[in-house]
Design a protein around this ligand. Structure first.
Ligand SMILES: Nc1nc2c(c(=O)[nH]1)N[C@H]1C(S)=C(S)[C@@H](COP(=O)(O)OP(=O)(O)OC[C@H]3O[C@@H](n4cnc5c(=O)[nH]c(N)nc54)[C@H](O)[C@@H]3O)O[C@H]1N2
Ligand SMILES: Nc1nc2c(c(=O)[nH]1)N[C@H]1C(S)=C(S)[C@@H](COP(=O)(O)OP(=O)(O)OC[C@H]3O[C@@H](n4cnc5c(=O)[nH]c(N)nc54)[C@H](O)[C@@H]3O)O[C@H]1N2
Ligand code: SF4
Ligand SMILES: [Mo]
Length: 683
């Protein structure tokens, strides 16, 4: 039989590369890069190349499961939906609709996210809907929303290749967004200055012209020192500030308290380096600022975002090609899940639930009374399980590994009256569920994802799902109709038409228009070709706003009892909680099991050798993992990826939240390291 080749989009990260799936006898047998794709242009990273490997894995969920005692039993779809409806409705009747919470998903399509939030809001008159953006770019949504009017990447990925200076701050793009890193290398080849700010010497840092190894959580002092120097030297863009900005006087006054000397002491970088880097950025014709979790995952995450935006606006580096601010979006569809209103305070298109005219608009369109009260966030829903939240419906998230202070999360999950988990595998979270619904994966569904440069892209079904698994789209419609709503949708394209009517920026998005290269929003009408960069003649909010960044150092700092800085994050071969990548033979071969990086001098002091088992302990708990001795981490620091269930980094992390965006401080807490005694039979 001749194979079929189906074009689709990579299910892993927010770069949104184009994949071609090779299908033989109804099975995906290989993945190839799509040469015509506008972003990846015939390239893929190792995860994209292996994206088919989990699809037909024997562990895929194939039937709905119900918990009886300690074990799961198979049940029919009819019984599963009936049970879900009965439990959700009785919970709502007893405790009110606000006792129901829904976690939507950045792994699912735009249409699925739209329907998920619509169902939760309509059926239970609550806004308790959120998703993993809370743990990721929530500070971007708020912070860039305040400064520019839009929480999205200002420019396009291809713009990076044309920049003269690229400041990469808190992003390990070489491992987390490899295809974007390719654009940065192109710029470097053309002579662009690449400056990396990161406490770790990542591959990005190794290849940069300058690496500033700052103390954890001190980006605001660094950025303030840079801005102060830029203003002192008169290198700021006065015309841009005069014509397009507000709040400059306040920022300038504030920066008087951040002379370069003070900044240098706080962030651990020499004064001359701060001045040099400030000038490199400010003197460049086109400068880009790229950031990711090293900026957002702090208790001052939103203020960090303010500071990055302030720098870009101070130098007039927004609103034109080859410049801009690039929050690199994480999940394949985290941009879309936010756009589609899978957030507790906004409907699709960031329209506020608490503005009466907006609420009326959605009530009219959907035909139900809605709640004006903003809902709870992911961390708040889990934190109030068994109290305010009695029943939780989780679609495609795995908080048992991805939320901070996981021991506490697990305890919370047991306090729920009813938990529904809809996934493609029986995850650590699903094991706590009362009802498990088997969903289909990217290769088995049709719909759209929106990548980090705001590009709506088509996902095309290549193969049939395993067993009785159903698409998230179909499951939501079944459940919504059984809950008494009218969800008549047969195809995601119909949902996109409904979205286009409700959100002006997506007015011109239609499935048939996405066939070739997708469309970047804003795309207000059917003639519009999409938008390459934002804030062109004016900012989305009118004038750009300088916001004085409110610095708070990390909540926990090393002390006698917990002498190390612990940071957590990613490595190239694995993805998040590992449900997909750890089921890929190819990727598991790259990195089989859990590890933590520590500095050689620290290792010698503690008598630890490469590969030794070490115990890392924080105020929340402890894990045992393998030592990897490397100068990538600074002395006195340890880095643990959070991909590994056998050594969950989130047992250790501090659940303290940024008060504005409610993101946890995943990037800094205090820890202790001890060598574990050898197991008896080891060798
Ligand atoms: N291989 C792989 N790729 C992925 C993912 C994955 O799991 N695996 N996940 C995707 C998702 S959802 C996301 S959000 C992105 C995340 O992508 P990244 O943000 O690039 O990944 P992280 O490893 O979390 O952290 C980024 C960097 O921040 C640095 N950092 C830590 N603390 C600080 C600090 O205080 N200041 C500064 N300046 N830097 C600091 C870390 O040392 C690290 O190098 O990756 C996406 N891509
Ligand atoms: N310590 C620490 N913790 C972190 C971070 C960190 O840097 N450090 N980063 C945070 C960040 S940025 C993020 S984004 C979160 C991610 O946190 P999560 O979103 O909880 O992590 P994932 O493993 O991506 O979970 C996605 C789930 O969806 C399932 N799935 C995949 N495709 C489909 C589908 O089409 N349908 C259905 N129904 N299920 C599907 C997968 O099997 C998996 O169980 O983790 C956060 N946690
Ligand atoms: S860069 Fe991201 S989207 Fe592209 S192939 Fe790798 S994981 Fe997939
Ligand atoms: Mo993320």
């Amino acid at each position: 039989m001749n194979p079929d080749f189906i074009k689709t989009i990579c299910p892993y990260c927010g770069v949104g590369c184009g994949l071609v799936l090779k299908v033989e006898d109804g099975k995906v047998v290989g993945t190839y890069p799509d040469k015509e794709h506008p972003v990846s242009r015939g390239t893929l990273c190792i995860k994209g190349w292996s994206a088919h490997q989990f699809v037909h894995h024997a562990d895929r969920l194939k039937t709905p499961l119900v918990k009886r005692g300690d074990t799961f039993e198979k049940i029919s779809w009819d019984d599963a939906i009936a049970l879900a409806v009965e439990k959700l409705q009785s919970t709502a009747a007893r405790y009110g609709g606000d006792a129901i919470g829904g976690l939507s998903s950045a792994k699912c399509t735009n249409e699925e996210n739209y329907l998920f939030q619509k169902m939760i809001r309509m059926a239970f008159k609550t806004n308790n809907v959120d998703h993993c953006a809370r743990l990721c770019h929530a500070p971007t949504a708020v912070g860039m929303g305040q400064t520019t009017g839009s929480g999205a990447m200002t420019n396009s990925i291809s713009d990076l290749a044309g920049a003269e200076c690229i400041l990469i701050i808190g992003s390990n793009a070489a491992e987390s967004h490899p295809i974007i890193m390719g654009e940065i290398y192109k710029a470097a080849d053309r002579g662009a200055a690449v400056v990396v700010v990161d406490p770790r010497k990542t591959a990005v840092a190794e290849n940069a012209q300058v690496h500033l190894r700052i103390n954890p959580g001190t980006d605001i002092p660094l950025l303030c020192g840079m801005m102060r120097h830029i203003i002192d030297e008169g290198l700021h863009n006065e015309k841009f500030i005069h014509d397009r900005m507000e709040g400059f006087d306040e920022l300038k006054t504030f920066l008087r308290s951040w002379p370069v000397e003070r900044a240098a002491k706080e962030c651990g970088i020499a004064e001359e380096e701060i001045r040099r880097v400030a000038e490199m950025y400010a003197r460049a014709k086109d400068a880009a600022a790229v950031y990711c979790m090293g900026i957002t995952q702090h208790a001052c995450g939103t203020a960090n975002v303010h500071a990055v935006c302030d720098l870009a606006m101070l130098c007039g580096q927004i609103g034109k090609t080859f410049s801009g601010v690039y929050p690199l979006r994480g999940q394949n569809n985290v941009q879309g899940a936010c756009d589609m209103g899978a957030l507790p305070n906004v409907y699709p298109g960031y329209q506020s639930v608490s503005v009466p005219a907006v609420k009326e608009k959605f009530e009219k369109a959907w035909g139900r009374e809605l709640s004006a009260k903003p809902g709870l966030t992911v961390t708040e829903m889990i934190g109030s399980a068994g109290k305010d939240i009695r029943a939780l419906y989780i679609m495609a998230e795995n908080p048992a590994l991805s939320d901070p202070d996981v021991n506490h999360v697990l305890e919370s999950l047991t306090k729920l009256d009813f938990l529904i988990v809809q996934d493609i595998f029986l995850t650590e979270t699903a094991k706590f569920a009362d009802l498990v619904l088997p969903a289909v994966c990217f290769a088995e569904k049709t719909g759209t994802y929106t990548n980090t440069e705001r590009r709506f892209q088509l996902l095309r079904k290549a193969v049939e799902p395993p067993g009785e698994a159903k698409g998230d789209f179909e499951i939501i419609c079944l459940l919504a109709n059984a809950l008494g709503l009218d969800f008549p949708y047969k195809h995601p394209g119909e949902v996109m038409e409904e979205i286009a009517k409700l959100v002006p920026e997506y007015g011109g998005i239609r499935f048939d228009r996405l066939e070739k290269a997708g469309l970047q929003w804003p795309c207000p009408d059917l003639k519009h070709e999409g938008t390459r960069f934002l804030h062109d003649v004016q900012f989305t909010r009118g004038k750009g706003l300088f916001i004085v960044p409110a610095y708070t150092p990390p909540f926990e700092t090393p002390d006698g009892e917990y002498p190390y800085w612990l940071s957590t994050g990613r490595m190239f071969a694995h993805y998040h909680t590992g449900t997909m990548t750890r089921r890929s033979a190819f990727l598991s071969r790259e990195m089989e099991g859990a590890y933590a990086e520590m500095h050689p001098e620290d290792a010698i002091k503690a008598g630890i050798r490469e590969g030794d088992r070490i115990r890392i302990t924080s105020r929340r708990g402890s894990i045992v993992t393998a030592a990897r001795i490397t100068k990538r981490v600074a002395r006195g620091s340890v880095f643990a990826p959070f991909h590994f269930t056998e050594a969950r980094a989130n047992i250790l992390t501090n659940p303290v939240l940024d008060p504005i965006s409610k993101i946890p401080e995943f990037k800094a807490c205090a820890a202790r390291i001890e060598k574990e005694p050898h197991e008896k039979h080891e060798r």
